[in-house]
Design a protein. Structure first.
Length: 235
């Protein structure tokens, strides 16, 4: 490869990946997430002030939470950020928004979460509690909080299967107006990290590298990109 192309490749590949997009149209619906999406679409007709959304890392629960946040004009809060919040602080938070997404809700201090739950119930607002495990698996010492969360509906998102990962890759390629050689998607799915975010990163890297090196997106380029991304994790 000429020196100029090598430099172009290095500069292009080293660019930071674009931030993830959480738009509804970018969410790929599959059996693993269809029930969870249906619950979010059912809002505000929820049977309780809270809905618990759980799933392993990479399953798409963050994307689902952001879809609901956009629809409900919800505030986004990290569970650990409720540490040290007084009742007046929580009251101000509940007054500011009738809907709140709590990421890593299992890490929220119990008393703060209990008070916030009660405040949202009084105001007929809603909480979306996002975590890897459902509340039934949390270690909750506060009985009143445990009883409230047991009464709230809970829905889980399963890890993406091969079909969903392939669909995400195909959509990402189509959005970028990219074409691949035969079998590339199956090759990637069989070797990649099992997450939607990994699929997005792979397609972004394929796009950059194909452009920089003026190469077709074939299995060889796919292998190079997977190897490069793997080395990047170890760096």
């Amino acid at each position: 490869m000429p020196a100029e192309a090598q430099v172009a490749n290095q500069l292009t590949f080293d660019l930071a990946l674009p931030p993830p997009t959480y738009a509804r149209e970018d969410f790929v619906v599959a059996a693993s997430n269809r029930e969870a999406l249906a619950w979010l679409d059912r809002w505000p007709d929820w049977p309780a002030p809270a809905l618990a959304l759980s799933g392993p890392a990479g399953s798409g629960k963050t994307h689902l939470g952001r879809i609901w946040a956009a629809r409900a004009a919800a505030a986004l809060v990290e569970g650990v950020d409720l540490e040290g919040k007084s009742v007046p602080d929580l009251t101000a938070l509940s007054n500011a928004s009738a809907a709140i997404v709590i990421e890593h809700a299992n890490r929220a201090p119990e008393r703060a979460l209990f008070h916030l739950y009660n405040l949202m119930r009084e105001r007929r607002g809603h909480l979306l509690l996002v975590s890897e495990a459902p509340p039934a698996h949390w270690r909750i010492a506060l009985p009143d909080l445990a009883s409230r969360l047991r009464a709230a509906p809970a829905v889980a998102v399963a890890p993406p299967d091969d079909e969903l990962l392939g669909s995400i890759i195909l959509k990402q390629l189509a959005d970028r107006q990219l074409h691949t050689g035969a079998g590339v998607v199956q090759y990637l799915v069989s070797r990649m990290e099992r997450s939607g975010e990994a699929a997005r990163q792979i397609v972004a890297a394929l796009d950059r590298r194909a452009l920089a090196e003026r190469r077709e997106i074939d299995r060889r380029l796919a292998a190079d990109v997977l190897d490069e991304l793997e080395k990047g994790k170890d760096a």
